[in-house]
Design a protein around this ligand. Structure first.
Ligand code: GLC
Length: 650
């Protein structure tokens, strides 16, 4: 948009920058900057207009964008241009991801090279390598307490190893996702050290207070993220003699985005990793980026403005790079991280579908899809050019983040229902074979989240221990059912390393002092490659899971109706155990797939007559796309086996 004040400011800035830069071809940079500058200027002004050095900072901001553009390797600039032309590329059903630790899945970044074949064998073509930046020895929240954002932790390797890996991934047409921990730094970060030494400019990078008067006001309205291990939101720093805001762990200092210098530093880091070859950046803990006294300090409007500004800026320098919002918040809040009032995502193109994840686990525990149906119905529609990251498990705990209202309409009482879920997944409920651990138990509310590997939560660990073939079979079915849902729902499915071979809980973290107070480590094991070899041995658990998931992935890729183009319709069916939705191809309307998940441990029946009235299943036989088998309805009813799913061609 052309707007005179911002336009003339931009001209002044470019004249300034021209004096400092060698002449070169900045054509694409200029066209993008021209297109986005009004938005950048307006957002910057809203956030930082009152700052005394606002003008100086906006010059620095544009300088940062230009410097990083000049540094951007030409092959990445080429990809930017291709993705600009095919701007919905990431909505395609061909993408299937896996999240992993480079030192858990493999030994390190170098060793990752020898482990890429496994991913390709399974059909994974997007890899999220969990944090690799330099962290202090000992406690580092799994890499989320960064000491140096532009250095690779020596335990994982070097930039040389990293570059080789990136080149190899590109050759295999695999995408790379990396984390940028935007909300906080380690207390050992250079900025924190300078702050501790008394440098006022760096103290202003954080929330630092002489006494408890302001922290106490904040505490009145701020919830606790890790109530057991890190109660409260402030930590006394002995060396500095001051209180620091530490929403997560005591050693993670929250960044102060009221300071424009912090915004520009973090933007520079985002562009640094974009230029290193990341296709997608996972922005960690984005809901927490703006702190305001009297509020929960989550999901504040300004956090969204910051993300919009980051997006508008990144589009100028590295437009091919996407953002994932890691905002594990209420369903009505998550959706806002795509950007409101837009068709194209104006913040993050991808967001964790934490609601769907938690609802799936609810359906596993209740053996019914009542809350799942309600919860999905009530997720507001998302933008067209935005997509979900659908997952069953990740490196974090499972929180019961669905809404109380939905729990009530599903016929349960919120508090006791949440308690039931905790009991169920910790194996303290009759009939439950799950072996999870409670995480972050809040002694005041009794709430808890759940740690544990997918297989152990699905009951496989106990079934194996009991040597019970039926229970083993049922656990495998649950694992496949959950994958069948995330692979067909619409969005990018993100598998978790180890899940395709039924990895169980690993309690070796208890022997490590830096980990033993955080039960999330029970599901962050070292990949057992000997166990993975069993995937080639028919009759083993590993074989059954791996080959079924592999097949689903390859079939998913062939079904255009599984691309995410807001082409899903949830169907209301009479049977409370079933979750049924329709996926359709917007281009070829005759290509439709009906997805049915049966969460009960008894076979269930679906009355097909309403579907037949919609033009479905006009013939006697119905094709299950997962195995090519023909299914037959009996008296108009289709039987879906226990804990199973179908992808049916209409
Ligand atoms: C994110 C990460 C989580 C971490 C937290 C604090 O939620 O996924 O593992 O503990 O941020 O950095």
């Amino acid at each position: 948009m052309y707007e005179q004040i911002s336009h003339s400011l931009l001209n002044d800035i470019l004249v300034e920058l021209k004096k400092k830069t060698k002449p070169q071809n900045l054509q694409f940079f200029h066209t993008r900057l021209g297109a986005n500058f009004y938005a950048i200027y307006s957002l910057f002004n809203t956030l930082y207009g009152e700052h005394p050095d606002s003008k100086k900072h906006i010059l620095h901001l544009v300088e940062t964008l230009m410097r990083q553009y000049i540094r951007r390797p030409s092959h990445l600039k080429k990809i930017d241009l291709e993705r600009e032309k095919d701007h919905n590329w990431f909505l395609n059903q061909k993408w299937v991801g896996m999240a992993l630790y480079c030192n858990g899945y493999a030994d390190n970044l170098k060793d990752m090279l020898s482990r890429l074949n496994y991913l390709q064998e399974l059909g994974v073509n997007l890899v999220h390598i969990m944090p690799i930046c330099d962290c202090p020895e000992g406690k580092s929240d799994g890499g989320y307490a960064v000491r140096d954002f532009c250095k690779i932790d020596s335990r994982f390797g070097t930039f040389e190893d990293f570059d080789k890996l990136v080149t190899n991934l590109k050759k295999r047409d695999m995408l790379l996702t990396l984390d940028v921990v935007v909300n906080h730094t380690s207390d050992q970060h250079e900025w924190a050290k300078k702050a501790r030494e008394g440098d006022k400019a760096y103290q202003d990078y954080y929330f630092i207070f002489d006494d408890r008067s302001i922290p106490d006001i904040y505490e009145e309205s701020m919830p606790e993220v890790f109530p057991e291990t890190a109660p409260g939101n402030f930590t006394w720093d002995e060396a500095m003699g001051k209180w620091v805001m530490t929403v997560f762990n005591r050693y993670q200092w929250d960044l102060n985005y009221r300071n424009p210098a912090v915004f520009i530093e973090m933007l520079d880091i985002i562009l640094f990793w974009a230029n290193r070859g990341a296709d997608i950046l996972r922005l960690d803990a984005v809901a927490f980026m703006w702190k305001k006294m009297g509020s929960s300090c989550q999901n504040e409007r300004e956090a969204h403005l910051i993300l919009q500004l980051m997006k508008d800026c990144c589009q100028v320098t590295a437009p091919g790079v996407l953002f994932i919002a890691e905002a594990i918040v209420a369903p009505t809040e998550i959706i806002k991280y795509f950007g409101e009032d837009a068709i194209n995502a104006k913040e993050c193109e991808i967001a964790y579908n934490a609601t769907f994840m938690a609802l799936l686990w609810d359906a596993v525990a209740t053996k019914k899809a009542i809350l799942l149906n309600k919860g999905i119905q009530n997720i507001p529609s998302k933008l067209e050019r935005a997509t979900w990251l659908n997952y069953v498990r990740c490196h974090d705990d499972i929180g019961w983040g669905f809404s109380d209202d939905d729990i009530v309409t599903a016929g349960y009482e919120p508090q006791s229902h949440r308690r039931f879920l905790v009991d169920y997944f910790t194996g303290n409920y009759e009939g439950s074979l799950a072996t999870g651990l409670a995480f972050g138990r809040n002694s005041q509310t009794g709430d808890a989240r759940i740690s544990g590997s997918l297989a152990s939560l699905a009951g496989l660990e106990r079934a194996l221990k009991n040597n019970d073939p039926d229970a083993i079979n049922m656990a495998i079915k649950i694992i496949l059912l959950l994958h069948g849902m995330i692979l067909s729902f619409g969005g990018i499915p993100m598998l978790y390393y180890g899940d395709a071979i039924g990895t169980l809980n690993d309690d070796s973290y208890l022997n490590d002092e830096s980990k033993n107070d955080d039960s999330r480590w029970i599901h962050r094991p070292k990949m057992n490659w000997e166990k993975a070899m069993q995937r080639t041995q028919p009759g083993t658990v590993e074989y059954s899971i791996f080959n079924a998931v592999k097949k689903m992935i390859s079939i998913r890729k062939e079904i255009p109706a599984f691309a995410d183009r807001n082409n899903r319709e949830l169907l209301n069916v009479d049977n409370p155990h079933l979750f049924v939705f329709l996926r359709f191809d917007q281009i070829n309307s005759s290509s439709r797939v009906l997805v049915i998940g049966n969460f009960n441990d008894e076979p269930q029946f679906l009355d097909l007559s309403p579907l037949q009235r919609m033009g479905f299943f006009q013939y006697d036989s119905i094709k299950n796309l997962c195995n090519g088998e023909s299914l037959h309805a009996m008296n108009g009813n289709l039987m879906i086996p226990a804990r199973s799913f179908y992808w049916l061609q209409g």
